[in-house]
Design a protein around this ligand. Structure first.
Ligand code: F6R
Length: 611
């Protein structure tokens, strides 16, 4: 979603802003812009489309543009279509402002400002925010007071970066429900909506909290709390390095990130296995406390929610505790039945997804214990949950989530085994065996699945021109199918659905005609024969069947047009790991062979910070 960068320092800000914007591209955007101080004024360069358009404009019309201070923005349209005019920065003669989030009371504010004589050229809520700050600046002649007063009126979510013509060399920054960091380096300081935007220059940063206002100068950062007093901030150090946030020779981030899966599992799980047993490393969450939860609810969006589906299957099978999986955007508006005896597990790669964050707050309000599974250190969800279990997958840049999903499900297994042990459903010996499979065998199975790369490419080529593609499965294979279908459609734009295989004849099978590809996920031993029957049903209607199964799966040759024999794990519960690696590769190559923008699929954003 939208991205913010700002720099003030001893060097030219323009290339730094462009670098920052490029590093933010992965979040998804449809226009971009920068505003920098120039002799006695502020110069703005903005355009619809890719950052290359800004670079082109800079080359053609602003070749001499140089400035030690400026702000930049990538916009993902919410209010008003992508256009030059709707692009940020917005502002007036006196200031420029960039904004992430949504100003909810923009209609009321616009009317008030129009009554005072303000006019508007864009359709954005951001322009209204900029003019509100302008009004307050006119009235107070004090930049800080103008920002502070504006916050009293703004409703909704925002991260703001503002520069005032009268105070060159200062960036004002603030946030509410939308992330913003202040990064510091020897040659100057930055504001940014996330860490990858500044990693090329520094990994040291301050996390801005709700309602705080920062004044960022070349050698100084001053942060004011809600009460207007200066506060001491804790300096954080990101352990992500620039290599992790760059492609490092791979064609796309997505393929790089799929290949990082085995390592990510090890990094995430190894520190949490002590003497062979699961250890969540959360002192506050004792075994007694874990054993006390009567119900568990997983809340998340998209792929993270699909990781919750695997979590449900794993916890219910091993610990026999009932688990619900809820879509965060539904959960928050349905008056959910959550009590203080419940554990609510919030899953989020970014830790900033607006609906998921709101769901977390609601669960806390209802008294539930909240446990967050998050990949981005210091993100809002990580900070607000009662306990946080980080997935250490490193930065995930491709919009389509791959390695983050793999580590999320690894953590789901860890929690399931820990819970099962806490409630006495499994013995220590059994728990140790689970940990052996998870920590030692799944990364190897994942490595072996990666060796099927060329075969995945061949299948992608064979089916890439399909209009529709179906995924079917039963039990945990259905959980896999749901995520595989999302992965395929989001980056290949091929219409795809996932169905519980036994449900086909209740309607869906009418969609199967001659040549319709059906990917059948068949890793569950107990359900294998049932799957074969379902495959025969679609075959009889002309489907082309691609089977994902274990080596030696009997009868596969008789029913399938193409077969992937994936590495076998001693407990079928863990098969989603190698199965998804293969399915992610098939999606990846489908998108590549269709010549699509794999890492930045249309209309999508990496971090969905608006509801
Ligand atoms: C799909 C994808 C999304 C995210 C969803 C939640 O590949 O990445 O469906 O899973 O937007 O995002 P996080 O995990 O950041 O809360």
């Amino acid at each position: 979603m939208c991205g913010i960068i700002g720099y003030v320092g001893i060097e030219n800000s323009v290339p730094k802003l462009i670098d920052g914007l490029k590093a933010l591209e992965y979040r998804g955007y449809d226009s971009a812009g920068i505003a920098v101080f120039t002799d006695g004024g502020i110069t703005t360069v903005k355009a619809k489309g890719r950052i290359a358009n800004i670079e082109e404009l800079l080359k053609k019309s602003y070749s001499a543009l140089s400035s030690s201070c400026g702000i930049g923005h990538t916009r993902w349209a919410t209010h008003g279509e992508p256009s030059d005019i709707n692009s940020h920065p917005h502002g007036t003669e006196r200031l420029r402002l960039v904004h992430n989030g949504i100003i909810e009371n923009y209609i009321v504010l616009k009317k008030e400002l129009m009554d005072l004589g303000y006019t508007f050229e864009s359709e954005t809520d951001t322009e209204i925010a900029s003019k509100l700050v302008d009004l307050n600046y006119k009235e107070t002649s004090d930049c800080f007071a103008a920002v502070k007063k504006s916050l009293e009126k703004l409703q909704g979510s925002y991260a703001l970066g503002i520069i005032f013509k009268d105070v060159p060399g200062k960036i004002f920054a603030t946030r509410k429900d939308s992330p913003l960091i202040i990064a510091v380096s020897e040659s100057g300081n930055f504001i940014a909506s996330d860490i990858p935007a500044v990693l090329k220059y520094t990994n040291k940063y301050y996390q801005l909290e709700q309602g705080e206002i920062a004044i960022v100068e070349k050698d100084k950062v001053t942060v004011y709390g809600l009460d207007g007093q200066i506060i001491e901030k804790k300096l954080c150090v990101a352990d992500w390095d620039i290599d992790a946030a760059e492609k490092g020779g791979w064609d796309h981030f997505m393929i790089k990130e799929i290949n990082e899966e085995p390592d990510s599992i090890i990094k995430t799980i190894r520190p949490r296995v002590v003497n062979g047993l699961p250890n969540l490393q959360l002192e506050e969450l004792s075994d007694e406390k874990l054993a006390s939860f009567k119900n568990i609810t997983m809340v998340a969006c998209g792929t993270a929610m699909h990781a919750g589906l695997i979590g449900k299957t794993a916890i219910e099978r091993l610990a026999r505790i009932p688990v619900k999986v809820e879509i965060a955007s539904e959960f928050r508006y349905k008056n959910p039945i959550i009590t203080k005896d419940d554990l609510v597990i919030i899953i989020s790669q970014s830790g900033e997804t607006a609906d998921t964050l709101a769901a977390l707050r609601l669960a806390k309000e209802r008294g539930a214990y909240t446990l967050a599974i998050v990949n981005v250190a210091g993100s809002s969800i990580a900070r607000e949950a009662d306990s946080t279990l980080y997935t250490w997958a490193g930065p995930e840049i491709a919009v389509a989530s791959t390695k983050a999903y793999t580590v999320q499900i690894s953590v789901m297994y860890l929690i399931a085994v820990k819970l099962a042990l806490s409630v006495g459903k499994i013995t220590e010996e059994e728990a140790k065996n689970h940990m052996r499979i998870l920590l030692e065998h799944t990364p190897v199975a994942c490595e072996q699945a990666l060796l099927l790369n060329d075969e995945c490419k061949r299948i992608a080529d064979k089916y890439k021109d399909s209009h529709d593609l179906f995924f079917i499965g039963r039990g945990i294979d259905y959980d896999i199918a749901v995520e595989a279908s999302l992965k395929l459609k989001e980056i290949s734009y091929i219409h795809s659905e996932a169905y519980a295989a036994g449900e086909l004849k209740h309607g869906t099978i009418s969609l199967i005609t001659t040549g319709t590809p059906v990917i059948a996920v068949c890793t569950e031993d107990e359900l294998y024969d049932k799957m074969i029957s379902n495959i025969k049903e679609v075959k009889a209607r002309g489907a082309k069947v691609i089977m994902i199964c274990k080596k030696g799966a009997k009868g596969a040759d008789d029913v399938a047009d193409d077969i992937f024999y994936i590495p076998e794990l001693e407990d079928g519960l863990y098969m989603p790991i190698p199965a998804m690696t293969v399915l992610q590769l098939i999606s990846y190559y489908t998108s590549v062979l269709l010549d699509l923008d794999v890492d930045k699929p249309r209309n999508l954003a990496k971090s969905v910070t608006v509801e």
